[in-house]
Design a protein around this ligand. Structure first.
Ligand code: NAD
Length: 252
């Protein structure tokens, strides 16, 4: 009987990470959910997976997470680097440490996990690395210098590791979602509604989704299904790519 594949999903207490962990679990993959939030424990119980609490803003905790996952399950075949957050400020006003924190959680921690989990994937001749970037990995928006820099960097990391891992059965891809209905976006909608003195529906329709061809928020499960495809055997020729799922946001 073949050994069940194991996935490690970061930022899995909520939103896209939780939906991806659930989709992987439903497809028969053993899942390890990791998050800074203890809410990940409940999410893990919900999907029948395990939980590892880790704060990826700490370089030491990020470095230790891969070994903790290997100690727990013996292998990690699929790595989903998803943990992230958002905070907006003009570049002149951005706090230095807050800016560096973005880079640590959304670029350095993914590198630390890839570095430590790629050797096992190469050795077994199969692996999938999926990095959740963003439309902001492809284009910029004002006041998001830290987020945009981290997400652009994550696509660069994706392409580089794809080249290094090619030929060993390991694929490395990024997913670039537009606005997805998660707590991260709900918080932005609320703050923009307050800032502009307009309703939340108007923020979504007229500000956030103005450039999109399809004016609706994407559901986390839609992103999860794309991740599921990239994690499958069918996607063995897809590597080094940055897949947009953005309702046409970057088409113009
Ligand atoms: P979310 O807030 O629902 O989930 C993010 C998770 O990351 C949370 O559970 C949070 O606790 C965790 N996290 C944050 N900081 C962490 C840290 N230091 N260590 C460990 N975990 C940490 O948000 P989401 O929308 O599901 O976002 C998931 C990913 O998708 C992020 O990388 C985000 O940038 C990206 N993304 C989201 C959207 C969107 O519209 N929601 C669009 C494009 C990209």
């Amino acid at each position: 009987m073949p050994v069940a594949r194991t996935a490690l999903v970061t930022g899995a207490a909520s939103g896209i990470g939780k939906a991806t962990a659930q989709a992987l679990a439903e497809s028969g993959v053993r899942v390890i959910l990791s998050d800074v939030s203890e809410g990940g424990r409940e999410a893990a119980e919900h999907v029948g997976g395990s939980f590892l609490q880790a704060d990826l803003a700490s370089m030491d905790e990020a470095a230790a997470l891969s070994q903790r996952a290997l100690d727990l399950c013996g292998r990690v075949d699929i790595l989903v680097n998803n943990a992230g957050f958002q905070q907006m400020a003009p570049v002149e006003e951005y706090d230095d440490r807050a800016w560096a924190r973005f880079l640590q959680v959304m670029l350095v921690a993914p590198f630390q996990l890839i570095k430590r989990l790629l050797p096992g994937m190469k050795e077994q001749g199969w692996g999938r690395i999926i990095n959740i970037s963003s439309i902001h990995g492809l284009i910029a928006s004002p006041y998001k210098s830290a987020y945009v820099s981290a997400k652009h960097g994550l696509i660069g990391l994706t392409k580089t590791v794809a080249l290094e891992a090619g030929g060993r059965g390991v694929t490395v891809n990024a997913i670039c979602p537009g606005y997805v209905r998660t707590p991260l976006v709900e918080a932005q909608v609320a703050s923009q509604a307050a800032a502009h003195g307009i309703g939340e529906d108007e923020v979504i329709e007229k500000i956030m989704l103005d450039p999109a061809a399809i004016r609706r928020l994407i559901e986390p499960e839609e992103v999860a299904r794309l991740a599921l495809f990239l994690a499958s055997d069918d996607a063995r020729s897809v590597t080094g790519s940055a897949y947009s799922i953005d309702a046409g946001w970057t088409a113009r």
